[in-house]
Design a protein around this ligand. Structure first.
Ligand code: FPP
Length: 376
């Protein structure tokens, strides 16, 4: 259980500004330092992309091209594009998890593709629900192709995810599909909680962590175990890998929350102050509100007034910057960075419960390191 009082954290006003390193404590030196994390992410992307493209090619027009735009394979005019797409954290985890069982990383490919499809289904719908106009440095699908295509393509990617796994026809694929379905349910629950919290003045830190565990932790948990399940891992091993992934997901979302307020749009590829514009009760906000003290009280009053404001959409950069400064002064930024670090540590410790080659363990640790220090 989290100590609400602790949510205040040290009250020293932070000094970092937009785009500077979020104050996440760098991970201690580990064997992960020897791992080339860029190559690890690239391996996940390279293994998953051909199967992902083949799956998306099955969609009826125009959903095939709308999907290709979303994944960054073509531009808005339909010309081939390169360098788009996401970070491929989930595919990297999925193919790595296959190696826990002694299988080749390729065994995890259908799992990597299925998880990436669910992840992208959720992004398409999330951008529409939040009215976000930018993702991955480009206009969002609903902006370019309209809300109906964003909904339909999201639905289609979700269906494809199940198809990709079930086509394998194995017992392991059935187990993997059940885990993915349960993670998807949690993801949807988390999104529903997140949206309902936008309309509440107060959300506790515990409620926020539960919501973030659902919306982000569950799918990262699935990504971290699905390759192992396809490789024939027993339930105990799969559950332990899920535990690693769940806490990694909480660390991931805590960093995402920091980036959602203080991230540099040049790196994140999203609009400035995206979470504040959306009235998100993200971790820095709820931690700042729970902290008590002058800055916290002032923030509470301002956010309560914002909730009633009819002019919120037209707030200036300076007005959002003032809210961000109060969140920071109340300790919300620092507490969230520490929470990312705590979740990171719990994730790494979870791995101690399973035997796996040192090389594989170091790679899981390297991916966790990447998650907490990332800027995008
Ligand atoms: C049902 C529904 C609409 C659910 C929405 C859930 C949702 C959007 C959760 C946020 C998860 C998250 C941190 C995404 C960014 O991942 P990332 O930084 O790995 O993205 P990338 O693939 O662009 O790198």
């Amino acid at each position: 259980m989290l100590d609400q009082q602790a949510a205040g954290g040290p009250r020293t006003p932070g000094t970092a500004t937009r785009g500077e390193t979020v104050p996440t404590v760098p991970p201690a030196e580990t064997a992960a330092d020897a791992v080339d994390v860029t190559a690890l992410l690239e391996r996940g992307r390279t293994l998953a992309t051909p199967v992902l493209r083949a799956a998306v090619d099955r969609l009826a027009p125009p959903m095939d091209t709308v999907s290709a735009y979303h994944f960054g394979w073509i531009d808005a005019e339909g010309n081939p594009a390169a360098g788009g797409g996401g970070k491929a954290v989930r595919p990297a985890l999925a193919v790595l998890s296959a190696e826990v069982t002694g299988a080749a990383p390729e065994v995890g490919i259908p799992g990597a593709v299925a998880v990436e499809l669910v992840h992208n289904f959720s992004l398409l719908h999330d951008d529409l629900m939040d009215g976000d106009e930018q993702r991955r440095h480009r206009d969002t699908v609903w902006k370019v192709h309209g809300p109906a295509q964003a909904i339909l393509v999201g639905d289609a990617l979700f269906a494809l995810a199940n198809e990709v796994l079930l086509e394998l026809g194995s017992v392991e694929a059935g187990r993997a599909t059940r885990r993915l379905t349960s993670a998807t349910r949690a993801l949807i629950d988390g999104q529903a909680q997140d949206i309902s919290y936008e309309h509440r003045d107060r959300v506790s830190v515990e409620e926020c962590l539960e919501m973030e565990g659902n919306k982000t932790g569950a799918l990262l948990a699935c990504a971290s175990s699905i390759g192992a399940v396809l490789g024939g891992a027993d339930d105990r091993t799969a559950d332990t890998l899920e535990r690693y992934g769940y806490h990694l997901g909480l660390a991931f979302q805590a960093v995402d929350d920091l980036l959602g307020i203080w991230g540099d749009p040049v790196s994140t590829g999203k609009q400035t102050w995206s979470d504040l514009r959306q009235r998100k009760k993200s971790l820095p906000v709820v931690a700042a509100l729970a902290a008590g003290g002058p800055a916290s009280d002032q923030l509470g009053e301002i956010l309560a007034a914002d909730a009633k404001s009819s002019d919120f959409e037209n707030f200036s950069e300076e007005e959002f910057a003032a809210r961000a400064a109060l969140i920071e002064e109340a300790g919300g930024r620092e507490w969230t960075a520490e929470e990312a670090r705590r979740q990171y540590t719990t994730a790494i410790e979870a791995l101690d419960a399973i035997d796996m080659p040192d090389r594989v363990r170091a790679r899981f640790a390297a991916l966790a390191d990447f998650v907490v220090v990332r800027k995008r």
